[in-house]
Write a protein that binds this ligand. Structure first.
Ligand code: M6R
Length: 362
């Protein structure tokens, strides 16, 4: 069942290239610069859209945060990620012009379903983005969009994060084209980056031995901090969630610029700082923040891409070119790092203490 892997989590990390091929598959026409998703919005709906809300929890929330920036920059629509447990529909806007998107791997998360119901009751159009055919979200939302990642057994979400972001990216491209916000050439370039993701992620997976060594070297640290900007910010938050969830170590993610507004007080030579320094994460500005933690003696582990000069870091890991999706590729290093820290400590990786795969109570 685990296909020769010791844990489902590691198997599912390694399944990402295949999962992404399924996610993108028949939906992308790179030459035409189009993405087709099996959702028929009413005529004129996308042109009149004023706001997209991304309602989700946990890893799906971070996918929603990544997607919110994609919707704003590729489709020109105001987009907000909302922690579903905190959602209340506030009035003052036209609900018809609001698309409320529930992002949920299982399709059964109670908080997310609760937010979706509230949005629907207020008159917003609702869309469920899920991995699970026939789940509650597919029955309750006006439309459903499948991420097609295949079953995910490990409690820690891994391959579904990449497939959620990619599915939402296709939606952002489709909406951007429909609204005339994105030229065919721009769409083509983003679609090329997306279709290159399976290969790019495979190259990261091929580096597993080195990230494993680094994970073992730092496994006994006091705490771990993850930083990033722009698309690197949700990836920093997701990296910290993965590590705390399966290793039980203290891990926190921050917007890199947030460090000196408080968290810097936590930084010592016993707290490695992992930074996203790729395209799409404002690497030069983040490097300034990394220099601040280096000055406090923190070991620094950076995920970089070609043109980022990060030679002063303790360790660097490269990602291949993938444009604004490079942070998504960087995330695979963070998944492997978390896995190997937890494995070195003999944790119950596929079923961490106190947690369930699907949280069906609020
Ligand atoms: O099934 P969902 O995507 O709605 O689940 C949401 C969260 O419970 C989930 O992502 C959780 O945070 C993961 N265990 C994180 O790895």
């Amino acid at each position: 069942q685990k296909g020769g892997y010791e844990h489902y989590m590691r198997k599912e990390i390694h399944e990402q290239p295949t999962a992404l091929r399924q996610t993108l598959g028949s939906r992308v026409d790179v030459n035409a610069g189009t993405a087709s998703l099996d959702v028929d919005f009413p005529k004129g709906y996308l042109e009149s859209l004023e706001e997209i809300q991304l309602l989700a929890m946990g890893t799906s929330y971070y996918a929603g945060q990544y997607a919110a920036t994609l919707f704003e920059s590729l489709a020109g629509v105001r987009a907000t990620p909302v922690m579903a447990s905190e959602y209340t529909y506030t009035g003052g806007r036209d609900p018809w012009r609001t698309l409320s998107v529930a992002v949920t791997q299982s399709g059964e998360t109670a908080d997310t379903l609760g937010a979706l119901r509230e949005a629907g009751a207020a008159g917003a159009r609702t869309l469920g983005v899920t991995n699970t055919l026939g789940s509650s979200v597919t029955r309750e939302a006006d439309d459903a969009l499948f991420i097609r990642a295949g079953p995910e057994i490990g409690v820690a979400a891994t391959k579904t994060f990449a497939s959620q972001v990619s599915t939402l990216a296709l939606l952002a491209i489709a909406i951007g084209r429909e609204r005339g916000e994105l030229s065919a050439a721009e769409a083509r370039s983003h679609l090329e980056d997306l279709t290159g993701l399976p290969g790019a992620i495979q190259q990261v997976l091929d580096e597993e031995a080195r990230i494993r060594e680094t994970a073992h070297e730092y496994a006994d640290s006091d705490a771990f901090f993850f930083v990033g900007r722009e698309y690197g910010h949700p990836v920093a938050l997701e990296g910290a969630l993965k590590l705390k969830e399966i290793s039980y170590d203290h891990a926190e993610g921050f917007a890199a610029g947030e460090l000196k507004h408080g968290p810097l007080a936590l930084v010592t030579d016993q707290t490695p700082v992992l930074a996203v320094l790729t395209e799409g994460s404002r690497p030069q500005e983040t490097l300034n923040n990394v220099a601040e933690v280096q000055a406090r003696g923190a070991p620094t582990i950076g995920v970089t891409s070609d043109d980022v000069a990060a030679s002063s870091l303790t360790e660097t890991f490269d990602v291949p070119d993938a444009g604004i999706f490079e942070p998504l590729v960087a995330n695979v290093y963070f998944q492997l790092f978390a896995y190997h820290v937890a494995n070195a400590k003999g944790r119950s990786i596929d079923k961490p203490r106190n947690l369930a795969k699907s949280v069906t109570v609020e």
